[in-house]
Write a protein that binds this ligand. Structure first.
Ligand SMILES: [Zn+2]
Length: 397
């Protein structure tokens, strides 16, 4: 009797030991995969990105100082989901991905200024005050940054509504939340940030005000170009740096379609030839002309299409369409890194982890867990078990 009890005790102990070893293995695999896919992968991928080299010219020959280089990051279309159409899991997943990608990029790349080119929110166009406040709070947490890094945003149609839904209230609450300014100069580089939804050209109050402000900026820029030539019409005071501006906006300048776009993250081939609708997909031809005439930019960066493209406009002005930063819109989101001086610039693209790769990792790990469980409960195919048994016998001999 004592022998039987001792035998049963040993068996129970053996079973418990096997079970806890299985539990340990499963927990270790799950934690390792979660750590890799939700944390480490961002470091491994973004670590490969480098700031592009830009030619610097001597600023002061006597003192041999060079033009300072501004390191700027450009991203677009983050589309934080709102309370109406956003599913909680989709929201949680996408916001975690963007937060990790942004925080990792800040830590590894140390930009001085970050620009987000509109459509920060998905439902700013209709959200009620409480939902808006919640969205802004989540944005501030996700895109938190040290005080020496500047974060600048421009409004998109999802933030304030398409032109027919845009109201003064929505524009004001957006500007208040992000301290928007149209003109920003740093290290001798001028950026003009335009609310492109207000460039409808129909003379509406918001549109007229936006055009007035643009003409005022155009005047200031012209004065900066004429520095030292004693331009009498220019007001006294601190002039802007004498440098052609970089134009930042949500809608791209007018282009017929994405037919000439290429690259890994351009629009899919079946969508490239679809003609763009003016004032909906791109700015109108008239508004685009005005911006080019008034501002004479050296570079334009825009969002809205969610895909990449490089376009050369009249007068050789290049425009870069920045793809969406949200994995909800792309399998391969990215952002642009710019090394900019007052006279030159160099851009490069930093890709974020591919969603497919992360999902494959999860599928692989799930498969491994299933095999471990089946092996534990000896439910694997008898032929496989027979093979394992033979190997064991062979090893013992
Ligand atoms: Zn948009």
């Amino acid at each position: 009797m004592a022998m039987i009890r001792w035998g049963l005790g040993r068996l129970t102990f053996h079973l418990l030991k096997r079970r806890s070893s299985l539990l340990l293995k499963l927990t270790a695999i799950i934690l390792a995969v979660l750590f890799f896919c939700e944390f480490l992968v961002y470091y491994l991928v973004i670590f490969r990105c480098n700031w592009p080299e830009v030619k610097t010219r001597a600023r002061d020959q006597a003192r041999q100082t060079l033009d300072p280089v501004l390191r700027a990051m450009f991203l677009a279309d983050t589309h934080l989901l709102g309370e109406v159409t956003g599913h909680w899991f989709d929201k949680l997943r996408r916001e975690w991905q963007m937060e990790r990608a942004f925080q990792t990029a800040l830590w590894l790349l140390q930009p001085e200024v970050v620009f987000i080119l509109g459509d920060i929110f998905d439902e700013g166009k209709w959200s009620m005050p409480q939902a808006w406040a919640d969205d802004v709070e989540r944005f501030q947490k996700m895109f938190r940054h040290p005080s020496h890094v500047q974060l600048k945003v421009v409004a998109g149609n999802h933030d304030i509504g398409f032109h027919y839904r845009m109201t003064r209230y929505k524009v004001k609450r957006f500007e208040r939340a992000f301290n928007c300014e149209m003109l920003f100069s740093w290290k001798g580089v001028n950026f003009v940030m335009v609310n492109s939804v207000a460039l409808e050209g129909d003379g509406c109050t918001i549109c007229s005000k936006a055009e007035e402000e643009l003409m005022d900026i155009s005047h200031k820029l012209n004065c900066s170009r004429q520095q030292g030539q004693g331009a009498s019409h220019c007001a006294a005071g601190q002039p802007l740096p004498a440098s052609a501006p970089i134009l930042l906006q949500h809608y791209p300048l007018y282009r017929r379609s994405d037919a000439n776009c290429s690259g890994d993250d351009a629009a899919p081939p079946e969508e490239r030839d679809i003609p763009f609708k003016e004032k909906y997909d791109v700015l109108s031809q008239e508004a685009s002309q005005k911006l080019l005439w008034w501002l004479r930019p050296r570079l334009v960066l825009s969002g809205h299409t969610h895909s990449a493209c490089e376009v050369l406009h009249q007068g050789g002005v290049p425009e870069i369409s920045v793809p969406s930063f949200n994995w909800r819109n792309r399998n391969n989101p990215s952002f642009i890194m710019g090394s900019i001086t007052s006279s030159d610039y160099a851009l490069s693209k930093c890709y974020l982890p591919y969603e497919d790769t992360v999902l494959s990792m999860y599928c692989g790990a799930a498969g491994l867990l299933v095999v471990l469980l089946l092996a534990h409960f000896e439910l694997l195919a008898p032929r496989f078990l027979f093979g394992r048994h033979l190997i064991r016998m062979h090893t013992v001999r």
